[in-house]
Write a protein that binds this ligand. Structure first.
Ligand code: NDP
Length: 484
């Protein structure tokens, strides 16, 4: 196993840097509750150093060709794959997620983003528009300095999903990981620089929300990309608006997963498990409102209980384990609070929702039935291993109920009736829809929310539009006339 202790708290201008005058932040391994490291929150001097490094480096980076920039990102992708095991162990130390997951879902996903946007970098263009004798062309330009602020559930992936398109477009980035998971972004920075990224282009600073807030309102900053909760999103969006900064907001959700009577039962159960219990339920796009049609409900509940009984809960570093602890005591307390509310409001807890008698932040997979649309567990994002089953009769009814939420991150449908599946996803109010699957998030697909789940898209070619802007150039070849 690796030693998870970070070399230093921050990574600025191509090097690790420490400043112990900042507030200490203990790094806690969620599986044991042990302190495994310590970083210090960024002081104003550290923040200014990071922003100044980004400011100095960005024009030189933007002047390089896209192919040159892309080559560095692709080299970083190869290095991430080569170091997948140690990066996965670090992700497990940071988040508590089982190694069985982190080996396939974190550094690999980060590498995919670096490879994809590295590949795109050389083909970023504006366009030519013929306008009679005259013509217009557009120049695709970087935005400048981008701030990335991350949540704690996918620290390696979030760091890279923001870095890759930002750097491909010729921007510099200052990234602040969540204080709960400060380790992985430092490694992303280290690898990018080992791959040849010039100093100053990707800086990592630690800190609590106040550090994020200071970054978001700094006059040097041109764009803010946040992955976090809706309340934080509201604050960050408002602060960014002061300076007319570009934003990407990847926020929370309360997504519906709809299982029709004609669904293939084992696939539907797999979908519900992936949509609720992967990463101990700490995934923004989770389908936590599981609408099950009356006819299939008994069989669905029976198979779900049987299969949950085979979950291997335990040491996340053991590759047999497929269900780990929650990220923090605070997050477990939040999930337990929702479970208590579910019971108090009349839902039936059919299994799970209990702590394990061991150190760390363990909560077993919980399933509620008899959940109604008005219950707190059916309305608010829990961000923990809590699945709610809601019964329905008809397609029209479930569609209306599924859309009756302020969120709109994702939605899923399980049915063998393909016309119905396409009809449903057309009408579902969500940024990402799944048919007979759930939670796949390849870099090729745009990812983001509608309604209160966010603004903008990460991944895919769509992300380029959120990290670049177009300058229009009008070129006159026809005679220029003037009224006087
Ligand atoms: P938070 O909103 O609590 O925090 C997100 C980040 O914002 C953290 O780095 C936090 O710092 C920082 N922050 C907090 N306050 C401010 C502020 N005023 N200004 C600037 N930055 C601030 O989210 P969590 O970390 O608890 O993550 C869980 C949430 O993230 C869930 O709602 C989930 O749905 C969402 N999420 C969305 C995803 C998506 O792609 N749509 C993906 C993953 C998660 P600190 O932690 O140090 O306080």
């Amino acid at each position: 196993m690796i030693d998870p202790k970070p070399t230093a708290s921050h990574f600025i201008n191509g090097a690790y840097i420490e400043d112990k005058t900042g507030t200490p932040i203990d790094v806690i391994y969620p599986a044991t509750g042990e302190v495994i490291g310590r970083v210090h929150s960024a002081t104003p001097q550290i923040l200014q150093a990071a922003l100044a490094a980004a400011k100095a480096a960005q024009p030189i980076w933007a002047a390089m060709t896209g192919t040159e920039r892309g080559r560095i990102l692709r080299r970083a992708a190869d290095m991430m794959r080569a170091h997948n095991r140690s990066l996965s162990e670090l992700e497990t130390y940071d988040t508590g997620k089982p190694l069985q997951e982190t080996l396939v879902a974190d550094a690999t996903s980060a590498a995919d983003a670096l490879e994809y946007f590295g590949g795109l970098a050389g083909s970023l263009t504006g366009e030519h528009v013929q306008f009679g004798e005259d013509f217009i062309y557009t120049i695709r330009e970087p935005l400048g300095i981008c701030v990335g602020i991350g949540a704690w559930n996918y620290p390696t992936q979030i760091a890279a999903w923001k870095a890759a398109p930002a750097l491909a477009c010729g921007n510099a980035m200052v990234f602040k990981p969540s204080e709960t998971t400060p380790l992985c972004a430092l490694k992303v920075a280290e690898i990018l620089h080992e791959a040849g990224l010039p100093a100053g282009l990707y800086n990592v600073v630690q800190g609590l929300g106040d550090v994020g807030a200071a970054l978001v309102s700094d006059p040097l900053v041109d764009k803010v990309s946040l992955t976090g909760s809706l309340p934080t999103g509201r604050k960050v969006y408002a602060a960014a608006a002061e300076g007319m900064r570009h934003v990407t907001m990847e926020l929370g959700g309360k997504s519906p997963l709809i299982i029709f009577d004609d669904a293939e039962l084992e696939a539907a159960v797999s979908g519900a498990i992936l949509a609720n219990f992967y990463s101990s339920g700490q995934i923004c796009s989770n389908g936590t409102r599981v609408f099950v049609q009356k006819g299939i409900k008994p069989a669905f509940l029976k198979r779900l209980a049987e299969r949950l009984g085979t979950a291997v809960v335990g040491d996340p570093m053991d590759e047999e384990t497929n269900f780990g602890p929650m990220v923090s005591e605070r997050q477990r307390d939040i999930a337990e609070g929702f479970i208590a509310k579910g019971k108090a409001e009349g839902a039936q807890l059919v299994c799970g929702g209990t702590r394990l008698e061991r150190p760390g932040f363990w909560l077993t997979p919980a399933v509620f039935t008899d959940v109604t649309d008005d219950m707190t567990i059916a309305r608010e994002e829990i961000f923990g291993p809590v699945l709610s089953v809601l019964e329905f009769d008809t397609e029209a009814e479930v569609l209306a109920r599924a859309n009756d939420t302020d969120y709109g991150l994702a939605a899923g449908v399980f049915t063998q009736n393909l016309p119905r599946a396409h009809r449903m996803v057309k009408a579902l109010e969500a940024g990402t829809c799944y048919i007979n699957t759930y939670n796949d998030a390849p870099v090729e697909a745009p990812f983001g929310g509608v309604k209160l789940s966010g603004v903008g898209r990460e991944n895919s070619k769509a992300a380029i539009n959120h990290y670049s802007q177009l300058k229009s150039v009008y070129v006159r070849l026809s005679p220029l006339e003037s009224p006087y």
